[in-house]
Design a protein around this ligand. Structure first.
Ligand code: SAM
Length: 247
């Protein structure tokens, strides 16, 4: 068997503030010499800056290099699964390219690497081309921060929690389980405006810009729509998450 010399760490960094780093993430960032950072241009440039700030928070020295990965945006195409696959393959090629000259690197992953993040599959794709060890450092997810800030449990007693995206939410007629919705740029909660649901919403969670909002969806829908549009306009981008609860 071929010796595996290269290693990549997928480091969960929490949802945007160093206070949400775990001790394991800090120790790993302290020890590594190379970091791979996905670069977001334009409105989302702030997310790249946050990743750099996290490295600086952990390091007092400057004995490390940051390799920026200008990942492309996903092309909107049908079927959706194929466009995601193609997008991930491009990212894998870019990682494969930079990892050739490096023994060990850390890739900083927003929140927790196992939740709505493609990098676990992307590095599996890289492993098809090069002997590469992978270690995953779990992180605090934006879901955890949402629940903590609203001071709520995610599930009702003995109940289930459904985690989805607008695509998944559109397929549901009734909210029979507490439902977390990631990546909703489309105000998909509007589909449930006639239902008796509570919404717990949070934007820029854990950062200085954090905004929380909650209420009965039927009563507060227009207020929430106004708020999120205003925040998006003011900041140029929005990162938001919500729980729909059948209370
Ligand atoms: C690509 S997913 C990554 C999720 C991440 N792995 C996690 O564990 O939180 C990005 C989505 O997560 C949610 N999210 C991540 N960080 C957030 C934050 N600080 N505030 C609000 N929502 C956040 C938003 O729905 C955003 O569109």
């Amino acid at each position: 068997m071929q010796d595996i010399k290269k290693k990549i760490y997928l480091i969960g960094i929490g949802p945007g503030d160093p206070k949400y780093l775990t001790v394991e993430a800090i120790e790993t960032i302290k020890r590594l010499n190379t970091f791979l950072i996905p670069v977001k241009k334009g409105r989302k440039e702030e997310l790249t800056k946050i990743r750099k700030k996290i490295i600086e928070y952990c390091r007092t020295d400057k004995n490390f290099q940051i390799i920026e990965l200008p990942f492309p945006e996903r092309k909107k195409a049908h079927p959706y699964e194929n466009s995601v696959k193609e997008w991930r393959n491009k990212k894998a090629e870019m990682i494969l390219d930079v990892i050739q000259d490096i023994d060990e690197a850390g890739l900083l992953i927003w929140g927790d690497p196992s939740l709505y993040d493609g990098h676990i599959d992307i590095v599996k794709e890289v492993q098809k081309h090069i002997p590469l060890e992978v270690e995953i450092i779990p992180g605090i997810s934006s879901i955890n921060v949402l629940a903590a800030k609203h001071k709520i449990s995610l599930n009702r007693i003995g109940g289930s929690v459904f985690i989805t995206t607008p695509r998944g939410l559109r397929k549901i007629k009734e909210i029979s389980h507490n439902t977390i919705v990631f990546l909703d740029n489309y105000e998909t909660f509007r589909l449930f405006k006639e239902k008796d649901l509570k919404i717990y919403w949070g934007a820029y969670l854990g950062t200085e810009k954090e905004v929380l909002f909650s209420g009965n969806l039927r009563d507060c829908l227009e207020q929430l729509v106004k708020l999120r549009r205003q925040l998006k306009k003011e900041n140029g981008w929005i990162m938001e998450l919500y729980l729909l609860a059948n209370e």
